[in-house]
Ligand binder design. Sequence first.
Ligand SMILES: [Zn+2]
Length: 353
Amino acid sequence: MWQVVGQDRVISLLQRSLERGMLAHAYLLVGPPHVGKMTLALNLAQALNCEAAERPCGKCVSCEKIAAAGHADVQIISLAPGENAAEAKPQAEISIDRIREIQHSASLPPFEGRYKVFIIDGAEFLSVEAANCLLKTLEEPADKVVFILLTANEHLLLTTVVSRCQRLELIPLSASEMETVLSSRWGIEPPKAKLLARLSRGCLGWALSAALNDGLLQQRAEKLDRLLEVARSDNEERFAYAAQLAAQFAQNRGAVQEVLALWLDWWRDLLLVKIGCQDMVTNVDRADTLVEMAKGYSPAQIRHFIASIQAAGEQLRQNANPRLVLEVLMLDMPGKEGRGGESPAARVSVKNG
Ligand SMILES: [Zn+2]
């Protein structure tokens, strides 16, 4: 059976293609991190090579080998070991040599299964040369070869590559669907299921890793504590925090974007509390703190800072100077010495002048 949860539309489309033998030579699975792209890709590889009548069965030798990453005809190509897409440094990429290797492999017939399947995880990390090289293969598809490209950032892929693939979009689950799945299928107790459902933004993979590994929730708790500390502190401490984040950004962009996502959730929660929608907050385990903190701000101040956090995230994605962006964000934060309301540009010029 298909292991992916909540992607019924995509699964029924693939199921129909399998039944009719009308498969694409290349698929592009699009969706946020941990939404289930790799699970679906492996399921499709299983379905293509499964020995049972109901494919994928998950139990035959072929299905088991694929699940254990031990099938000779199913290869996963990703960033170098130790790097993953969510934490990748800007210069990280999948090299042309890796693509040449798979081109060679794709030219040979399947070794033990019916189809050769190449899963490219983090397809946005293909170097330009690698993507162009892959394009040639996609333009002249070989029989019994299926490429599955996975990406969380479709806009970073060459449009020529995208146009050669059948695009399938994976949609995050709603918080209530996720809560139900976590308690009914994985037996997670209700309060934790509720918290994980909200924090995971609909991505089951994240919720399950957090359920199995307390470290993730612990890290979140530490980051939230730091956030609250910074919100209560003066500009000097806020700048020290900005400098610390900027230094971290040079090492790991994804981690800093995660911190900003946490901030965004927190300030959106404050706004929800402010407008009387407390039952919709993400940080359900900190409801009392949210209520207390929301008393200190006007809805306009909160909205202004939410826009600032979004702007900072966007500027960092566009390679603006991280230290400057984060210092402006600190100045935008309402609170002890913050002067929320002025335009960030005005404040940068004051600071530099
Ligand atoms: Zn099977």
